[in-house]
Design a protein around this ligand. Structure first.
Ligand SMILES: Nc1ncnc2c1ncn2[C@@H]1O[C@H](COP(=O)(O)OP(=O)(O)OP(=O)(O)O)[C@@H](O)[C@H]1O
Length: 266
């Protein structure tokens, strides 16, 4: 299964935010990197159908071609789930009820969730270790726990593709890594893909198969770990984006990037 974006252009309040963005992602994890204001959230919102497209097309290729950009919100939700950057804290309902909302695309207008829907919600919460929060209120749990509740909701939605806007914000160090390990395991089991924005280039390096670099509203690069010169190109982009010099080191635990100390520069 592939997600393909062709010639995307987004204008908000008469300002062009994204222009001529085209890329294709295969199964597995794709990370979107870019400095503040580069257009990451706008790109992910446009994939989720929240930002109207001024121009362009979004396709899911899965044996047949599905034109996401032409689908209603309800139909699109069966194919693509979205975890927003800000968690709505005003929502005063038990976490289990929030998670089971992920089943809405499969229910008729006035239907209530069935026992099987709650079972899916319980399983998703169990796998993310938040089952104990079932009866807690969504607006009373921590920011990191809310992120996990959003992820559980996205899972029960059983969409073919996931879009996550800075899902690691608010998560503690251990949870950031466990989140990405579990997400990758889930994507492998389901044979599907996810695209997420992230500010930490090390996490993107460690866990993503593909990295999209956004710069000033344009797609500056699409890098794949399979590219023979991936590391060299990646380090070069990190220098251009953040002004940080790094080197890749091979360690017994795998490769890692080590930064040149900023105070050693001058
Ligand atoms: N509704 C809007 N109307 C006008 N301009 C907007 C709107 N939403 C975002 N922008 C502008 O679009 C640009 C890209 O914003 P976006 O939130 O997509 O960036 P980002 O890469 O996600 O940033 P960050 O890393 O800080 O979250 C910014 O300059 C922002 O001010």
């Amino acid at each position: 299964m592939r997600l393909e974006v062709r010639g995307l252009r987004i204008c908000l309040q008469k300002t062009e935010i994204l222009r001529d963005v085209s890329f294709c992602c295969g199964p597995g994890l794709t990370a979107v990197l870019g400095v503040n204001g580069a257009g990451k959230t706008t790109l992910l919102k446009s994939l989720a159908g929240i930002c109207p497209l001024s121009q362009g097309e979004i396709w899911l290729e899965d044996g047949k071609s599905l034109a996401l950009h032409e689908m209603s919100a309800g139909r699109r939700a069966r194919y693509l789930s979205y975890v927003p950057q800000e968690s709505r804290t005003g929502l005063h309902c038990p976490v289990r009820e929030f998670v089971v909302m992920g089943r809405n695309p499969y229910l008729n207008w006035l239907d209530t969730p069935r026992k099987s829907d709650y079972q899916k919600a319980d399983e998703a919460m169990e796998s993310l270790h938040i089952r104990h929060l079932s009866e807690a209120y969504f607006d009373e749990i921590s920011g990191g726990e809310r992120r996990l509740a959003y992820l559980a909701r996205a899972r029960v939605q059983e969409a073919r593709w996931m879009v996550l806007d800075e899902p690691l914000a608010n998560l503690d160090f251990g949870r950031q890594h466990r989140f990405l390990v579990r997400l990758n395991r889930y994507l492998r089991t389901e044979g599907t893909g996810a695209i997420l924005s992230v500010h930490d280039p090390l996490l993107a390096y460690e866990y993503a198969e593909q990295i999209l670099v956004l710069k000033e509203g344009k797609l500056a690069a699409s890098l794949s770990k399979k590219d023979w010169d991936f590391e060299k190109t990646y380090l070069s982009w990190l220098r251009q984006l953040y002004g940080m010099d790094g080197r890749v080191y091979e360690t017994p635990e795998g490769k890692t990037i080590v930064w040149r100390r900023q105070d050693a520069k001058n």
